[in-house]
Design a protein around this ligand. Sequence first.
Ligand SMILES: NC(=O)C1=CN([C@@H]2O[C@H](COP(=O)(O)OP(=O)(O)OC[C@H]3O[C@@H](n4cnc5c(N)ncnc54)[C@H](OP(=O)(O)O)[C@@H]3O)[C@@H](O)[C@H]2O)C=CC1
Ligand SMILES: N[C@@H](CC=O)C(=O)O
Length: 346
Amino acid sequence: MAHKIALLGFGVVGQGLAEILLEKEMELAEKEGFAAKVVAVSDLLKGSLYHPDGLDIKRLLDVVQETGKLAGYPDQDGLVRGWNSFETIRQSNADTIVEMTYTDVKTGQPAIDHCRAAFESGKHVVMSNKGPVSLAYRELSELARRNGVRWCFEGTVMSGTPTLRMPLTTLAGNEIGEVRGILNGTTNYMLTKMEEGMSYYEALAEAQALGFAEADPTSDVEGYDAQYKLTILANIVMGMPIGRDEVEREGITHLTHADIAWAKENGKRWKLLAKAAKKDGKLIAKVGLEALPLTDPLASVQGAQNAITYACDLAGPITIIGAGAGKKETGFSILIDLLNISRNQL
Ligand SMILES: NC(=O)C1=CN([C@@H]2O[C@H](COP(=O)(O)OP(=O)(O)OC[C@H]3O[C@@H](n4cnc5c(N)ncnc54)[C@H](OP(=O)(O)O)[C@@H]3O)[C@@H](O)[C@H]2O)C=CC1
Ligand SMILES: N[C@@H](CC=O)C(=O)O
């Protein structure tokens, strides 16, 4: 039986997922026995559609890519227009809510309430929105458990790169005492381009056009996005719940071309590093700029690529490098969560 999914947010990631479902429909059915119907799309400005038998994904993509709105989707019997996110969660026949709305770096809302409403309605949630995982992990994971539903969020750290599932599954049994990495695609892309001579604003505009940046890119350039991701890693991978304010934070906005030239002359490269280490039962966590020697493996992680090293007590240091952001890559992170729910696996 096909999974019935409702999409909240039809921006870069939502459309990335829709394109994957369309392109891979046959392959997923043949190889994985997986089928998904998109029964609803609810987006703030683009509009909302619901049909209990499923919407036509190609038409959804065509109409939104041609007009920027969903209003041009053709009428049909049973089609409902205009439901907001909560009506979509509570009144649709979806079994899974896919939450891809803006990450709010202050409150995590309305995404936290989206999760609460979905779990209380007996629906799974898959999300790339970092707010709820960073700010309300304990409450929401308990609520999902009590309601017998799944909550998956692989895409919240390093998009489709298996930064969360890999340590939880393949590295199970290790204690991870330290993590060190680059966790924001936008700023890593900007630093790479600025080193090549591009201005700060040109580099930011490119990162936005490529779909890497947050709707409000202050989150990226001031280090909030990496700070959020580090709290997620602390909670999920290191078993050390910490609040966002406990993570020291610095962005890249004050970095000048003179700083970049100085690093180049001295065989170094600026990176926005995220680090957390257990010490005396506490976690010391920080996001900040560092000029790394070119011999440091993280110095060669360029563009929208990100990387993380897990210091494991049994397996030793394990580094994973891959996309930190991107339409298809983050769309894939949603797909892998859906597949794992379908396989009843973590
Ligand atoms: N892009 C990436 O590479 C990655 C993104 N993420 C996260 O995934 C999420 C989506 O990112 P992305 O697709 O790039 O962002 P976009 O800004 O492209 O899309 C977000 C969409 O959500 C819609 N939206 C916002 N609030 C609501 C709401 N309350 N109800 C319904 N729809 C809403 C917006 O509507 P409208 O614009 O019409 O107002 C917009 O279409 C974000 O939380 C982001 O942090 C995570 C990993 C990587
Ligand atoms: N804006 C974020 C998107 C992925 O989380 C980034 O650039 O890393």
